[in-house]
Design a binder for this molecule. Structure first.
Ligand code: CP
Length: 305
């Protein structure tokens, strides 16, 4: 049987795939309300909490004329009675035309895509990947910088557990980036990703301080939350949770084109006074998620925008 086109990982996307999805998202932004998915059903299965990803997917489906089914809390599903993910996916495949799933297990979306006879979109699998977040990040970078090529990208915070930064470095490999990693030793970028970067010939530097030097050399300053939910030992979390707090007074050396991204939610890592600076872009970034998710749903269903 031919597998449907799913969207589970950023790794398989080419430069052309990425630029095509960015062009589709721009078209969705030009006219977000369409009827291209009238008569279709989009299922949103969220086994982990979410605000932006679930609501933007559901908004995207509604704006494209589809109907939405699903759950935001697995406690109200038969998984609490012992139903396996395999059986849940088989069932939902009977009801919906596309499945959007967030799950706490790494690889869960890939597994679901091998079972379902409908497209599966990965809305985050454990600490592994969050590819639709990456696509909206790329759309945001392209919109604000006018290009993806030859940029300095500074990733700050939890580079160990942050699935968004893992996906972002994989996607950016097509665009000759220079990476600057700012993280404490405990939350450093895992060796497996650094090995990949070396293999691709992409330069990166590692820092432990978020200072004027780090901020001043960035086109994109990508802040992340320390992922409390991934720590086995909460005492370890307490040690690192507030190491980096970006404040407006720290932005004096920033390049004029620099934009601050954050996948959100933020906890303490960006002070509220940054919101009023011309560098803050994280709320617009979240809005961009709507347009990119319209593009991705259409793409897996073979619809054009
Ligand atoms: N960025 C992101 O994934 O946010 P949510 O967890 O609220 O979906």
């Amino acid at each position: 049987m031919t597998r449907p086109k799913s969207f589970v990982s950023i790794a398989g996307l080419s430069r052309e795939d990425i630029l095509r999805l960015i062009a589709m998202a721009a078209e969705a932004e030009r006219e977000p309300n369409r009827t291209v998915l009238q008569g279709r059903i989009v299922a949103t299965l969220f086994f982990e909490p979410s605000t932006r990803t679930r609501l933007s997917f559901e908004t995207a489906a509604n704006r494209l004329g589809a109907k939405v089914i699903g759950f935001s809390d697995p406690k109200v599903t038969s998984s609490t009675k012992g139903e396996t993910l395999n059986d849940t996916i088989r069932m939902v495949s009977n009801y919906a035309d596309v499945i959007v799933m967030r799950h706490y297990l790494e690889g869960a979306a890939l597994y679901a895509s091998e079972i379902a006879d409908k497209p599966v979109i990965n809305a985050g699998d454990g600490a592994h990947q969050h590819p639709t977040q990456t696509m909206l990040d790329l759309y945001s970078i392209h919109k604000t910088q006018g290009r993806l090529d030859d940029l300095d990208i500074c990733l700050v915070g939890d580079l160990k557990y942050g699935r968004t930064v893992h996906s972002l470095i994989q996607a950016m490999r097509h665009f000759r980036p220079r990476f600057h990693f700012v993280a404490p030793r405990e939350l450093a970028m895992p060796e497996v990703y650094k090995q990949q970067l070396r293999g691709w010939g992409i330069p990166f530097e590692e820092h432990t301080e978020l200072d004027a030097a780090a901020i001043g050399q960035a086109d994109i300053l990508y802040m992340t939350r320390v992922q409390r939910e991934r720590f086995q030992d909460l005492a370890e979390y307490e040690k690192v949770k507030n190491l980096y707090v970006l404040r407006a007074q720290m932005l004096g050396a920033a390049r004029p084109n620099m934009k601050i991204l954050h996948p959100l939610p933020r906890v303490n890592e960006i002070a509220y006074d940054v919101d009023d600076t011309p560098f803050a872009y994280y709320f617009k970034q979240a809005e961009n998620g709507l347009y990119m998710r319209e593009a991705i749903i259409c793409d897996v269903l073979g619809e054009s925008l």
